[in-house]
Design a protein around this ligand. Structure first.
Ligand code: PNS
Length: 159
């Protein structure tokens, strides 16, 4: 079985993430979407919430599973019998850091990284921008899945 991990913070999941996850699901037998548990980074949604939201928006794919991890991605891969990572590349600005991580993960544990070029419709999209725009009342319809829109607005209203 060909398995791949799609790691990230997903705070919250965007349509750009969903595009990459869906395309990965078309290539691999199983896609594990792994949410990084990062206690030092302030997040809008808890890890439980992010896992739940990812489960909701990927429910149409029978071969996508949602998990969480802390520590090194290569250790998560070893524990779960995964040999490859899939990432979306939005623009040249992503390339340098992504290449560095890909090469380090290969150096650490021979984990391969596959890059999928982001759908141009979403090349400008990031979770941080979505949060900032929504926080100041901007319209993020079409940038995050429908189910996430309400959750995002409700969470920001609490702030
Ligand atoms: O959505 P993000 O925050 O850009 O995702 C970054 C992520 C989670 C893919 C990256 O930070 C990661 O893999 N972190 C796990 C820790 C790790 O393995 N660090 C060494 C990378 S070479």
């Amino acid at each position: 079985m060909q398995r791949v991990v799609c790691p990230g913070s997903f705070d919250p999941v965007t349509n750009g993430h969903l595009d990459i996850i869906g395309r990965a699901a078309g290539i691999y037998d199983e896609v594990i979407v792994a949410v990084l548990i990062n206690v030092t980074k302030h997040s809008l949604f808890t890890v439980d919430e992010r896992v739940e939201m990812l489960g909701q928006v990927t429910s149409r794919y029978g071969n996508v599973k949602i998990d969480r991890f802390h520590g090194l991605l290569v250790d998560f891969c070893a524990t779960n019998g995964i040999t490859a990572v899939i990432k979306g590349l939005r623009a040249v600005s992503d390339f340098e850091y992504e290449m560095q991580m890909a090469q380090m993960n290969y150096r650490l544990a021979k984990i391969e990284t596959l890059f999928v070029t982001t759908n141009p419709q979403y090349s400008f999209l990031s979770s941080s921008l979505v949060k900032e725009i929504a926080l100041y009342g901007g319209d993020v319809t079409g940038l995050v899945p429908e189910q996430i829109l309400g959750r995002l607005q409700a969470r920001l209203a609490e702030k």
